[in-house]
Design a protein around this ligand. Structure first.
Ligand code: URP
Ligand code: ZN
Ligand code: ZN
Length: 480
């Protein structure tokens, strides 16, 4: 398969220039002016922008939570991602509880859990890789860490909240940080103060506060701020890099800046909902739609997070895509079939029972283009850096992914900067009954999306299929 994309404007993380791109089989073979090829299918991209496929560093497909499961699986979520211009996703493996042996001779717990996730992801429609949730840690797991690198997983996520479930104490985090460094791995951190949250939730419930806004009121922003600084301090003390996921409050950006200015190897990711929404959304009658952890904060925090992108304090924009139906008792039609999955209605009488997480894997590029690039908050090159190139570099995929250079995988998006879309659930391929951006007028949208040289999205046409996605083993990444 040979494709020649002509007359487009290439946007990379550092440059904007006119060039043609020749794709042969799965890779980009040439980038230059006036390219020709005798057998290529030629696509005229005049007036269009060409970018590397989006890389979403943070998704949760088919994730069991609160007695239900996130509503997109590794096919529907991938398809939705592709329609939004994303061609690679990174999902989190849940580390299973230790179990008596019998999982195969010498097989470790990391391998067992990763194999389960690989089975679920066999239906992948775009390329994917995994992070490992380090939701427990002991001597046995410490010994098994090198096996993760062999499986191509160089990232460990730790939690400072969800006491008794996912949380590691600071000693465990510090120990894991040192071992991560020894093994060439990167730690990712979910920053909230679990102890304060565990005090506030029962108090709120005892006082009869059961509505969604109490989700935010029992997870104070200062907890995220001090924990971000604490993680940076531990990163410095262990001389091991840390990547703070889903940064949600202005103070976290300030802490990141403070630490980075002092040479600490700490990086940060934010997610679109934290740039657009606040606790006010949780006060709406349908406030449960905005429940995720960490929660929405204030308009001032939205502004500081945008500033963090503008000034390059942050490194990436991920989605933390973890969708749950608003009303999982009512089926929707997805690919011609009825489906209903229990969702946010589980917490109709108690905010602590609302599954935590939001949809967004399709929305990321289009909403960030309209409200980031078109408003001048970030440049088109920063857009490519945050959406694709920086995740590829940090997570050990560059320049195979995230780059428009000869030899790179031909994950290419032809972007129509003038296309207007009235966005919402009707337009979305996320397996969901709501969109956070219902009715938003978006300007700028993917026209064609290629995955390793194969056209998988052509306007509104889906040409991809289950099984097309490849598992990506990752190596050591860069600290940006
Ligand atoms: O509410 C969220 N974000 N759910 C997904 C799990 C996580 O902590 O990222
Ligand atoms: Zn998290
Ligand atoms: Zn997450």
């Amino acid at each position: 398969m040979t494709t020649l994309i002509k007359n487009g404007t290439l946007i990379t993380a550092s440059e904007t220039f006119q060039a043609d791109i020749l794709i042969e089989n799965e890779t980009i073979s040439l980038v230059g002016k006036n390219l020709t090829h005798p057998n290529a299918e030629v696509i005229d991209a005049g007036g269009k922008l060409i970018m590397p496929g989006g890389i979403d560093p943070h998704t949760h497909f088919d994730l069991p939570m609160f007695g239900t499961v996130s509503s997109d699986d590794h096919y529907t979520g991938h398809k939705a991602a592709a329609f939004g211009g994303t061609t690679t996703v990174m999902d989190f493996v849940v580390l299973e509880a230790p179990s008596p042996r019998g999982r195969g001779q010498g097989e470790g717990d990391f391998k067992y859990s990763t194999d389960l996730w690989l089975e679920k992801a066999a239906k992948a429609a775009i390329d994917y890789s995994f992070h490992m949730n380090l939701n427990r840690f002991d001597d046995k797991l410490a010994k098994e860490l090198p096996s993760l690198m062999e499986m191509g997983i160089q990232t460990l996520k730790v939690f400072t909240a969800y006491n008794g479930k996912l949380r590691l104490d600071d000693g465990g985090i510090f120990r894991a940080l040192r071992l991560a460094k020894e093994n060439g791995m990167l730690m990712m951190a979910h920053c909230e103060n679990g102890d304060v949250i565990e005090q506030l939730i029962p108090e709120a419930l005892a006082a009869g506060h059961t509505s969604p806004e109490w989700h935010a009121l029992t997870r104070p922003g200062w907890g995220a701020v001090e924990t971000t600084l604490r993680m940076a301090a531990m990163a410095e003390q262990a001389d091991s890099p840390v990547y703070i996921v889903h940064m949600n409050i202005g103070g976290e950006v300030d802490m990141l800046k403070y630490a980075r200015e002092r040479g600490v190897k700490v990086m940060g990711e934010t997610c679109p909902p934290y740039l657009f929404f606040s606790i006010e959304e949780l006060r709406r009658p349908d406030g449960a739609k905005w429940i995720c952890s960490p929660p929405m904060r204030s308009k001032e925090d939205n502004a500081r997070l945008w500033q963090g992108l503008h000034e390059n304090t942050l490194q990436t924009v991920g989605t933390d895509h973890c969708p749950f139906f608003y009303d999982g008792t009512k089926p929707i039609i997805y690919e011609g079939k009825e489906i209903a999955i229990p969702g946010k209605e589980l917490g109709a009488k108690d905010f602590t029972k609302i599954p935590n997480g939001l949809p967004g894997v399709q929305d990321r590029l289009p909403v960030m283009w309209t409200h980031g690039v078109r408003t001048g908050q970030i440049t088109p090159n920063q857009f490519v850096a945050y959406m694709s190139t920086n995740p590829a570099k940090i997570f050990g995929l560059y320049p195979r992914k995230g780059a428009l250079v000869p030899g790179a995988d031909a994950d290419v998006v032809i972007w129509d900067p003038e296309k207007r879309v009235k966005y919402g659930v009707a337009h979305s391929h996320q397996r969901m009954d709501y969109s956070l951006y219902e009715g938003w007028e978006l300007v700028g949208y993917p026209e064609k999306v290629f995955l390793r040289g194969k056209l998988i999205v052509d306007g509104e046409k889906w040409l991809g299929k289950s099984g097309d996605g490849k598992y990506l083993k990752r190596g050591m990444g860069e600290v940006l």
